[in-house]
Design a protein around this ligand. Structure first.
Ligand code: PLP
Length: 471
Protein backbone atom coordinates (compact mmCIF):
# COMPACT_ATOMS: atom_id res chain seq x y z
CA UNK A 1 0.00 0.00 0.00
CA UNK A 2 1.34 3.42 -0.88
CA UNK A 3 1.00 5.95 1.87
CA UNK A 4 0.06 9.52 1.21
CA UNK A 5 2.46 12.31 1.96
CA UNK A 6 0.93 14.90 4.24
CA UNK A 7 1.88 18.52 4.71
CA UNK A 8 1.95 18.33 8.49
CA UNK A 9 2.61 22.02 9.14
CA UNK A 10 -0.38 22.91 6.98
CA UNK A 11 -2.56 20.28 8.67
CA UNK A 12 -1.68 21.69 12.08
CA UNK A 13 -2.54 25.17 10.88
CA UNK A 14 -5.90 23.96 9.53
CA UNK A 15 -6.50 22.01 12.74
CA UNK A 16 -6.36 25.24 14.74
CA UNK A 17 -8.19 27.24 12.09
CA UNK A 18 -11.13 24.87 11.56
CA UNK A 19 -11.15 21.70 13.63
CA UNK A 20 -12.50 21.22 17.15
CA UNK A 21 -11.16 17.90 18.49
CA UNK A 22 -13.10 15.83 21.06
CA UNK A 23 -12.81 16.30 24.83
CA UNK A 24 -10.15 18.97 24.37
CA UNK A 25 -9.10 22.39 25.55
CA UNK A 26 -9.35 24.59 22.48
CA UNK A 27 -7.06 27.09 24.12
CA UNK A 28 -4.37 24.46 24.56
CA UNK A 29 -4.93 23.19 21.00
CA UNK A 30 -4.24 26.70 19.75
CA UNK A 31 -1.36 27.41 22.13
CA UNK A 32 0.58 24.28 21.14
CA UNK A 33 0.04 25.05 17.46
CA UNK A 34 -2.37 22.25 16.64
CA UNK A 35 -2.89 18.60 17.51
CA UNK A 36 -0.35 15.84 17.07
CA UNK A 37 -1.24 14.36 13.70
CA UNK A 38 -1.24 10.56 13.63
CA UNK A 39 -0.74 9.45 10.04
CA UNK A 40 -0.19 5.72 10.08
CA UNK A 41 -0.15 2.69 12.34
CA UNK A 42 0.89 -0.93 12.24
CA UNK A 43 0.47 -3.63 14.88
CA UNK A 44 0.80 -1.85 18.22
CA UNK A 45 2.68 1.19 16.93
CA UNK A 46 1.34 4.54 15.78
CA UNK A 47 3.35 7.00 13.70
CA UNK A 48 2.91 10.77 13.85
CA UNK A 49 3.56 13.32 11.15
CA UNK A 50 6.75 14.49 12.83
CA UNK A 51 8.28 11.07 12.26
CA UNK A 52 7.85 9.66 15.77
CA UNK A 53 7.04 5.98 16.24
CA UNK A 54 4.94 5.64 19.39
CA UNK A 55 4.03 2.39 21.09
CA UNK A 56 0.28 2.51 21.62
CA UNK A 57 -0.38 1.57 25.23
CA UNK A 58 -4.02 2.62 24.81
CA UNK A 59 -5.15 0.66 21.72
CA UNK A 60 -6.24 3.95 20.18
CA UNK A 61 -8.90 4.77 22.74
CA UNK A 62 -9.40 1.42 24.49
CA UNK A 63 -10.58 -0.06 21.20
CA UNK A 64 -8.04 -1.29 18.62
CA UNK A 65 -7.94 -4.75 20.18
CA UNK A 66 -6.74 -6.66 17.09
CA UNK A 67 -4.07 -4.03 16.39
CA UNK A 68 -3.54 -1.77 13.40
CA UNK A 69 -3.03 -2.67 9.76
CA UNK A 70 -5.58 -5.47 9.34
CA UNK A 71 -6.03 -5.55 5.58
CA UNK A 72 -8.88 -8.05 5.73
CA UNK A 73 -11.03 -5.55 7.65
CA UNK A 74 -10.46 -3.03 4.87
CA UNK A 75 -11.29 -5.67 2.27
CA UNK A 76 -14.52 -6.73 3.91
CA UNK A 77 -15.57 -3.06 4.15
CA UNK A 78 -14.77 -2.55 0.48
CA UNK A 79 -16.75 -5.61 -0.60
CA UNK A 80 -19.76 -4.61 1.48
CA UNK A 81 -19.65 -1.02 0.21
CA UNK A 82 -19.69 -2.20 -3.37
CA UNK A 83 -22.45 -4.74 -2.75
CA UNK A 84 -24.64 -2.57 -0.52
CA UNK A 85 -23.17 0.50 1.21
CA UNK A 86 -26.29 1.33 3.17
CA UNK A 87 -29.81 0.41 3.86
CA UNK A 88 -31.77 1.16 7.02
CA UNK A 89 -33.55 -1.06 9.51
CA UNK A 90 -36.51 1.27 10.08
CA UNK A 91 -39.18 0.06 7.69
CA UNK A 92 -39.42 -3.69 8.32
CA UNK A 93 -36.20 -3.99 6.41
CA UNK A 94 -32.76 -5.22 7.35
CA UNK A 95 -29.56 -6.18 5.59
CA UNK A 96 -27.51 -9.35 5.98
CA UNK A 97 -24.54 -8.13 8.08
CA UNK A 98 -26.39 -6.87 11.20
CA UNK A 99 -28.53 -10.02 11.31
CA UNK A 100 -25.44 -12.22 11.07
CA UNK A 101 -23.62 -10.10 13.64
CA UNK A 102 -26.59 -10.23 16.04
CA UNK A 103 -26.65 -14.02 15.80
CA UNK A 104 -22.89 -14.16 16.37
CA UNK A 105 -23.08 -11.89 19.42
CA UNK A 106 -25.99 -13.89 20.84
CA UNK A 107 -23.78 -16.98 20.71
CA UNK A 108 -20.90 -15.26 22.48
CA UNK A 109 -23.13 -13.68 25.13
CA UNK A 110 -25.00 -16.91 25.80
CA UNK A 111 -27.89 -17.47 28.18
CA UNK A 112 -30.81 -15.16 27.83
CA UNK A 113 -29.06 -12.34 25.98
CA UNK A 114 -30.26 -13.32 22.54
CA UNK A 115 -31.39 -10.05 20.97
CA UNK A 116 -29.28 -7.14 19.82
CA UNK A 117 -30.05 -3.51 19.01
CA UNK A 118 -27.36 -1.70 17.00
CA UNK A 119 -26.08 1.87 17.28
CA UNK A 120 -22.90 3.64 16.23
CA UNK A 121 -21.18 4.47 19.54
CA UNK A 122 -21.00 3.49 23.17
CA UNK A 123 -22.81 6.67 24.14
CA UNK A 124 -25.63 5.90 21.74
CA UNK A 125 -25.87 2.39 23.14
CA UNK A 126 -26.37 3.80 26.62
CA UNK A 127 -28.96 6.25 25.30
CA UNK A 128 -30.74 3.20 23.92
CA UNK A 129 -30.48 1.60 27.36
CA UNK A 130 -31.97 4.71 28.95
CA UNK A 131 -35.04 4.81 26.73
CA UNK A 132 -35.45 1.06 26.46
CA UNK A 133 -35.39 0.46 30.22
CA UNK A 134 -38.02 3.13 30.90
CA UNK A 135 -40.15 1.86 28.02
CA UNK A 136 -39.86 -1.66 29.40
CA UNK A 137 -41.05 -0.67 32.86
CA UNK A 138 -43.89 1.35 31.33
CA UNK A 139 -45.16 -1.70 29.44
CA UNK A 140 -44.72 -3.81 32.57
CA UNK A 141 -47.16 -1.51 34.36
CA UNK A 142 -44.52 0.02 36.62
CA UNK A 143 -44.02 3.40 34.91
CA UNK A 144 -42.75 4.95 38.16
CA UNK A 145 -39.56 2.88 37.84
CA UNK A 146 -37.44 5.55 36.21
CA UNK A 147 -34.31 5.94 38.32
CA UNK A 148 -30.91 4.69 37.20
CA UNK A 149 -28.21 4.00 39.74
CA UNK A 150 -24.62 4.44 38.61
CA UNK A 151 -21.26 4.99 40.29
CA UNK A 152 -19.09 8.04 40.75
CA UNK A 153 -16.29 8.07 38.18
CA UNK A 154 -18.24 5.77 35.91
CA UNK A 155 -17.93 6.47 32.20
CA UNK A 156 -20.95 5.78 30.05
CA UNK A 157 -20.38 8.25 27.23
CA UNK A 158 -20.76 11.87 26.30
CA UNK A 159 -24.33 12.25 25.02
CA UNK A 160 -26.87 13.74 27.42
CA UNK A 161 -27.94 10.34 28.74
CA UNK A 162 -24.42 8.90 28.57
CA UNK A 163 -22.81 11.73 30.50
CA UNK A 164 -25.69 11.75 32.99
CA UNK A 165 -25.36 8.03 33.63
CA UNK A 166 -21.61 8.58 33.92
CA UNK A 167 -20.24 9.76 37.21
CA UNK A 168 -17.73 12.37 36.03
CA UNK A 169 -18.50 15.54 37.95
CA UNK A 170 -16.33 17.62 35.60
CA UNK A 171 -18.62 16.54 32.77
CA UNK A 172 -21.78 17.25 34.74
CA UNK A 173 -20.89 20.92 35.22
CA UNK A 174 -21.14 21.45 31.46
CA UNK A 175 -24.73 21.37 30.28
CA UNK A 176 -26.52 21.06 33.61
CA UNK A 177 -26.16 17.33 34.02
CA UNK A 178 -27.11 14.82 35.18
CA UNK A 179 -30.67 14.92 33.90
CA UNK A 180 -33.25 13.94 36.54
CA UNK A 181 -33.51 10.29 37.45
CA UNK A 182 -29.85 9.36 37.82
CA UNK A 183 -28.33 8.62 41.23
CA UNK A 184 -24.60 8.16 41.78
CA UNK A 185 -23.22 5.91 44.49
CA UNK A 186 -19.76 4.85 45.72
CA UNK A 187 -17.24 3.43 43.29
CA UNK A 188 -15.37 0.25 44.30
CA UNK A 189 -12.02 2.04 44.22
CA UNK A 190 -9.97 0.29 46.87
CA UNK A 191 -6.77 2.33 46.47
CA UNK A 192 -8.56 5.69 46.40
CA UNK A 193 -11.49 5.25 48.76
CA UNK A 194 -10.72 2.20 50.87
CA UNK A 195 -6.99 2.50 51.35
CA UNK A 196 -6.72 1.62 55.03
CA UNK A 197 -9.74 -0.62 55.02
CA UNK A 198 -10.01 -4.38 54.95
CA UNK A 199 -10.93 -5.13 51.30
CA UNK A 200 -13.85 -7.34 52.33
CA UNK A 201 -15.24 -4.59 54.57
CA UNK A 202 -14.75 -2.03 51.81
CA UNK A 203 -16.51 -4.30 49.33
CA UNK A 204 -19.46 -4.77 51.69
CA UNK A 205 -19.63 -1.00 52.22
CA UNK A 206 -19.66 -0.33 48.43
CA UNK A 207 -22.47 -2.84 47.88
CA UNK A 208 -24.37 -1.52 50.90
CA UNK A 209 -24.18 1.98 49.48
CA UNK A 210 -26.16 0.76 46.47
CA UNK A 211 -28.80 -0.87 48.64
CA UNK A 212 -29.03 2.21 50.86
CA UNK A 213 -29.61 4.40 47.83
CA UNK A 214 -32.27 2.05 46.47
CA UNK A 215 -34.06 2.24 49.81
CA UNK A 216 -33.68 6.03 49.96
CA UNK A 217 -35.10 6.47 46.45
CA UNK A 218 -37.75 3.80 47.02
CA UNK A 219 -37.22 0.40 45.40
CA UNK A 220 -40.44 0.77 43.39
CA UNK A 221 -38.89 3.78 41.65
CA UNK A 222 -35.55 2.24 40.67
CA UNK A 223 -35.35 1.02 37.08
CA UNK A 224 -31.79 -0.21 36.63
CA UNK A 225 -28.23 -0.30 37.90
CA UNK A 226 -25.52 0.36 35.30
CA UNK A 227 -21.82 -0.30 35.70
CA UNK A 228 -18.62 -1.15 33.86
CA UNK A 229 -17.19 -4.51 35.03
CA UNK A 230 -13.87 -2.65 35.38
CA UNK A 231 -14.19 1.14 35.24
CA UNK A 232 -11.97 2.21 32.36
CA UNK A 233 -11.93 5.96 31.83
CA UNK A 234 -12.43 6.43 35.58
CA UNK A 235 -8.90 5.08 36.09
CA UNK A 236 -8.99 1.30 35.57
CA UNK A 237 -10.82 0.64 38.80
CA UNK A 238 -10.86 -3.09 39.42
CA UNK A 239 -13.51 -3.97 42.00
CA UNK A 240 -12.62 -6.10 45.02
CA UNK A 241 -13.55 -9.81 45.08
CA UNK A 242 -17.23 -10.39 45.56
CA UNK A 243 -18.33 -6.91 44.54
CA UNK A 244 -20.21 -7.85 41.35
CA UNK A 245 -21.88 -10.87 42.96
CA UNK A 246 -23.01 -8.52 45.70
CA UNK A 247 -24.33 -5.94 43.22
CA UNK A 248 -26.20 -8.64 41.33
CA UNK A 249 -27.80 -9.92 44.54
CA UNK A 250 -28.99 -6.41 45.47
CA UNK A 251 -30.47 -5.89 42.00
CA UNK A 252 -32.30 -9.22 42.16
CA UNK A 253 -33.56 -8.51 45.67
CA UNK A 254 -35.38 -5.39 44.48
CA UNK A 255 -36.23 -6.55 40.96
CA UNK A 256 -33.93 -3.98 39.37
CA UNK A 257 -32.45 -4.47 35.91
CA UNK A 258 -28.68 -4.98 35.81
CA UNK A 259 -26.85 -3.29 32.93
CA UNK A 260 -23.25 -4.23 32.17
CA UNK A 261 -21.46 -1.54 30.17
CA UNK A 262 -18.92 -3.70 28.35
CA UNK A 263 -17.76 -1.00 25.94
CA UNK A 264 -14.16 -1.55 27.13
CA UNK A 265 -14.34 -4.92 28.88
CA UNK A 266 -16.12 -6.77 26.08
CA UNK A 267 -14.37 -8.88 23.44
CA UNK A 268 -11.65 -10.33 25.61
CA UNK A 269 -10.16 -7.43 27.52
CA UNK A 270 -10.47 -9.24 30.87
CA UNK A 271 -9.59 -12.66 29.45
CA UNK A 272 -13.18 -13.74 28.80
CA UNK A 273 -15.42 -12.63 25.95
CA UNK A 274 -17.26 -10.36 28.35
CA UNK A 275 -16.47 -8.87 31.73
CA UNK A 276 -19.71 -10.18 33.25
CA UNK A 277 -18.53 -13.70 32.39
CA UNK A 278 -15.27 -13.07 34.25
CA UNK A 279 -17.18 -11.90 37.32
CA UNK A 280 -19.77 -14.68 37.03
CA UNK A 281 -22.88 -12.53 36.89
CA UNK A 282 -25.89 -12.42 34.58
CA UNK A 283 -26.87 -8.95 33.40
CA UNK A 284 -30.22 -8.14 31.76
CA UNK A 285 -28.66 -5.71 29.29
CA UNK A 286 -25.14 -5.41 27.85
CA UNK A 287 -23.68 -2.37 26.07
CA UNK A 288 -20.82 -3.01 23.63
CA UNK A 289 -18.80 -0.78 21.30
CA UNK A 290 -15.04 -0.09 20.93
CA UNK A 291 -13.60 -3.64 20.67
CA UNK A 292 -16.72 -4.80 18.78
CA UNK A 293 -15.06 -3.53 15.60
CA UNK A 294 -11.60 -2.88 17.11
CA UNK A 295 -12.34 0.74 16.22
CA UNK A 296 -12.16 0.06 12.48
CA UNK A 297 -15.75 1.27 12.08
CA UNK A 298 -18.09 3.12 14.44
CA UNK A 299 -20.57 0.56 15.72
CA UNK A 300 -22.12 -0.39 19.05
CA UNK A 301 -24.57 -2.98 20.23
CA UNK A 302 -27.09 -3.24 23.04
CA UNK A 303 -27.95 -6.82 24.01
CA UNK A 304 -31.17 -7.42 25.91
CA UNK A 305 -32.70 -10.36 27.75
CA UNK A 306 -35.58 -12.45 26.47
CA UNK A 307 -37.84 -11.04 29.19
CA UNK A 308 -37.27 -7.54 27.80
CA UNK A 309 -37.94 -8.68 24.23
CA UNK A 310 -41.09 -10.56 25.26
CA UNK A 311 -42.31 -7.48 27.10
CA UNK A 312 -41.74 -5.28 24.04
CA UNK A 313 -43.51 -7.93 21.94
CA UNK A 314 -46.53 -7.92 24.26
CA UNK A 315 -47.73 -4.61 22.76
CA UNK A 316 -48.44 -3.42 19.22
CA UNK A 317 -46.50 -0.16 19.62
CA UNK A 318 -43.25 0.51 17.83
CA UNK A 319 -40.20 1.04 19.99
CA UNK A 320 -39.79 4.53 18.58
CA UNK A 321 -36.04 4.68 18.95
CA UNK A 322 -33.19 4.09 16.55
CA UNK A 323 -30.61 5.78 14.44
CA UNK A 324 -30.14 6.13 10.69
CA UNK A 325 -27.02 4.02 11.10
CA UNK A 326 -28.49 1.38 13.43
CA UNK A 327 -27.24 -1.86 11.93
CA UNK A 328 -25.07 -0.15 9.34
CA UNK A 329 -24.13 -2.95 6.92
CA UNK A 330 -20.49 -1.91 6.42
CA UNK A 331 -19.83 -1.42 10.14
CA UNK A 332 -21.56 -4.72 10.95
CA UNK A 333 -19.59 -6.61 8.29
CA UNK A 334 -16.34 -5.23 9.71
CA UNK A 335 -17.37 -6.09 13.28
CA UNK A 336 -18.21 -9.64 12.23
CA UNK A 337 -14.80 -10.09 10.62
CA UNK A 338 -13.11 -8.51 13.63
CA UNK A 339 -14.74 -11.14 15.86
CA UNK A 340 -13.59 -13.83 13.42
CA UNK A 341 -10.02 -12.55 13.81
CA UNK A 342 -10.28 -12.65 17.61
CA UNK A 343 -11.54 -16.23 17.38
CA UNK A 344 -9.11 -17.42 14.70
CA UNK A 345 -6.07 -16.00 16.51
CA UNK A 346 -7.42 -17.10 19.92
CA UNK A 347 -6.86 -13.59 21.25
CA UNK A 348 -9.16 -14.04 24.24
CA UNK A 349 -7.07 -17.01 25.36
CA UNK A 350 -3.93 -15.01 24.63
CA UNK A 351 -5.11 -12.26 26.99
CA UNK A 352 -6.04 -14.73 29.72
CA UNK A 353 -3.10 -17.14 29.50
CA UNK A 354 -0.23 -15.24 27.94
CA UNK A 355 -0.04 -11.46 27.69
CA UNK A 356 -2.37 -10.84 30.65
CA UNK A 357 -0.14 -12.69 33.14
CA UNK A 358 3.00 -11.37 31.41
CA UNK A 359 1.69 -7.81 31.70
CA UNK A 360 0.85 -8.34 35.38
CA UNK A 361 4.41 -9.54 36.06
CA UNK A 362 5.94 -6.65 34.15
CA UNK A 363 3.78 -4.16 36.06
CA UNK A 364 4.70 -5.77 39.36
CA UNK A 365 8.29 -4.63 38.75
CA UNK A 366 6.99 -1.06 38.64
CA UNK A 367 5.37 -1.39 42.03
CA UNK A 368 8.85 -1.29 43.59
CA UNK A 369 9.40 2.19 42.19
CA UNK A 370 9.45 4.84 44.95
CA UNK A 371 6.73 6.89 43.19
CA UNK A 372 4.35 3.99 42.61
CA UNK A 373 1.70 3.34 45.23
CA UNK A 374 0.07 0.47 43.42
CA UNK A 375 0.31 -1.39 40.12
CA UNK A 376 -2.84 -3.30 39.23
CA UNK A 377 -4.22 -5.13 36.24
CA UNK A 378 -6.85 -7.61 35.17
CA UNK A 379 -6.48 -9.32 31.81
CA UNK A 380 -4.86 -6.77 29.53
CA UNK A 381 -5.91 -3.53 31.21
CA UNK A 382 -4.01 -1.93 34.04
CA UNK A 383 -2.88 1.14 35.91
CA UNK A 384 -0.22 2.45 38.21
CA UNK A 385 -0.91 4.93 40.99
CA UNK A 386 1.59 7.76 41.35
CA UNK A 387 2.03 8.77 44.98
CA UNK A 388 4.06 11.34 46.87
CA UNK A 389 5.01 8.91 49.60
CA UNK A 390 5.49 5.18 49.25
CA UNK A 391 3.10 3.17 51.39
CA UNK A 392 0.41 5.86 51.31
CA UNK A 393 -2.07 7.12 48.75
CA UNK A 394 -1.00 10.73 49.28
CA UNK A 395 -0.76 12.73 46.05
CA UNK A 396 1.91 15.16 44.90
CA UNK A 397 1.09 18.75 45.74
CA UNK A 398 -1.61 17.48 48.10
CA UNK A 399 -4.00 17.49 45.19
CA UNK A 400 -5.22 14.83 42.75
CA UNK A 401 -4.25 15.15 39.13
CA UNK A 402 -1.06 17.21 39.24
CA UNK A 403 1.45 14.39 38.81
CA UNK A 404 -0.40 12.20 36.29
CA UNK A 405 -0.17 14.49 33.24
CA UNK A 406 3.52 15.23 33.93
CA UNK A 407 4.45 11.54 33.88
CA UNK A 408 2.15 10.89 30.92
CA UNK A 409 3.85 13.59 28.84
CA UNK A 410 7.25 12.15 29.72
CA UNK A 411 6.04 8.73 28.53
CA UNK A 412 4.80 10.15 25.24
CA UNK A 413 8.11 11.97 24.83
CA UNK A 414 9.87 8.62 25.22
CA UNK A 415 7.65 6.91 22.64
CA UNK A 416 4.78 5.43 24.64
CA UNK A 417 1.15 6.54 24.36
CA UNK A 418 -0.58 6.24 27.72
CA UNK A 419 -3.31 8.22 29.43
CA UNK A 420 -3.35 9.85 32.83
CA UNK A 421 -6.57 9.68 34.83
CA UNK A 422 -5.90 11.95 37.77
CA UNK A 423 -2.69 10.37 39.13
CA UNK A 424 -3.24 6.96 37.61
CA UNK A 425 -1.35 6.06 34.48
CA UNK A 426 -3.68 3.75 32.59
CA UNK A 427 -2.88 1.12 29.97
CA UNK A 428 -5.11 -0.82 27.61
CA UNK A 429 -2.88 -2.12 24.78
CA UNK A 430 -3.81 -4.07 21.64
CA UNK A 431 -4.03 -7.84 22.19
CA UNK A 432 -1.29 -8.35 19.61
CA UNK A 433 1.33 -6.52 21.68
CA UNK A 434 4.47 -8.65 22.03
CA UNK A 435 6.32 -9.50 25.23
CA UNK A 436 9.17 -7.30 24.07
CA UNK A 437 6.77 -4.40 23.57
CA UNK A 438 5.26 -4.92 27.03
CA UNK A 439 8.79 -4.82 28.49
CA UNK A 440 9.46 -1.63 26.55
CA UNK A 441 6.21 -0.08 27.78
CA UNK A 442 7.11 -0.77 31.39
CA UNK A 443 10.70 0.42 31.07
CA UNK A 444 9.54 3.66 29.43
CA UNK A 445 7.17 4.25 32.35
CA UNK A 446 9.98 3.58 34.85
CA UNK A 447 12.27 5.99 32.99
CA UNK A 448 9.52 8.62 32.81
CA UNK A 449 8.97 8.33 36.56
CA UNK A 450 12.72 8.74 37.19
CA UNK A 451 12.91 11.66 34.79
CA UNK A 452 10.01 13.53 36.39
CA UNK A 453 10.64 12.70 40.03
CA UNK A 454 12.41 16.00 40.77
CA UNK A 455 9.61 17.99 39.13
CA UNK A 456 7.08 16.00 41.12
CA UNK A 457 8.94 16.45 44.41
CA UNK A 458 8.99 20.19 43.72
CA UNK A 459 5.17 20.13 43.68
CA UNK A 460 5.34 19.03 47.28
CA UNK A 461 7.72 21.70 48.54
CA UNK A 462 5.16 24.37 49.48
CA UNK A 463 3.11 21.77 51.29
CA UNK A 464 6.06 20.57 53.33
CA UNK A 465 7.25 24.08 54.16
CA UNK A 466 3.79 25.34 54.99
CA UNK A 467 1.05 23.41 56.71
CA UNK A 468 3.00 20.16 56.57
CA UNK A 469 1.14 16.88 56.15
CA UNK A 470 -2.53 16.29 55.83
CA UNK A 471 -3.47 18.14 52.67
C1 PLP B 1 -15.93 4.82 25.63
C2 PLP B 1 -17.04 4.36 26.50
C3 PLP B 1 -18.36 4.74 26.26
C4 PLP B 1 -18.72 5.71 25.19
O1 PLP B 1 -18.46 5.23 23.92
P1 PLP B 1 -18.37 6.27 22.69
O2 PLP B 1 -18.20 5.37 21.52
O3 PLP B 1 -17.23 7.17 22.96
O4 PLP B 1 -19.65 7.00 22.66
C5 PLP B 1 -19.35 4.20 27.05
N1 PLP B 1 -19.05 3.35 28.04
C6 PLP B 1 -17.80 2.98 28.31
C7 PLP B 1 -17.55 1.99 29.41
C8 PLP B 1 -16.75 3.49 27.57
O5 PLP B 1 -15.49 3.16 27.87
Amino acid sequence: MTRRNHDIAELKRLDVAHHLPAQSSYKLQRDIGGSRIIVHAEGSTIFDGDGNAILDGMAGLWCVDVGYGRAELAEVAREQMLELPFYNTFFRTATPPPIELAAKLAGLLGGDLQHIFFNSSGSESNDTVFRLVRTYWGIKGEPERKVFISRRNAYHGSTVAGASLGGMSYMHVQGDLPIPGVEHVMQPYVFGDGFDEDPADFCARAVQDIEDRILAVGPEKVAAFIGEPVQGAGGVIIPPDGYWKGVEAVCRKYGILLVSDEVICGFGRLGEWFGFQHFGITPDIVSMAKGLSSGYMPISATAVSSDIVETLRSVDDDFVHGYTYSGHPVAAAVALRNIEIIEREKLVDRVRDDIGPYFAKALAKLSDHPLVGEARSLGFIGAIEIVARKGTNRRFGGKEGLAGPIVRDACIGRGLMVRAVRDSLVMCPPYVMTHEEIDRMVSIIAAALDETSETLRALDMPVLEGAGEGL
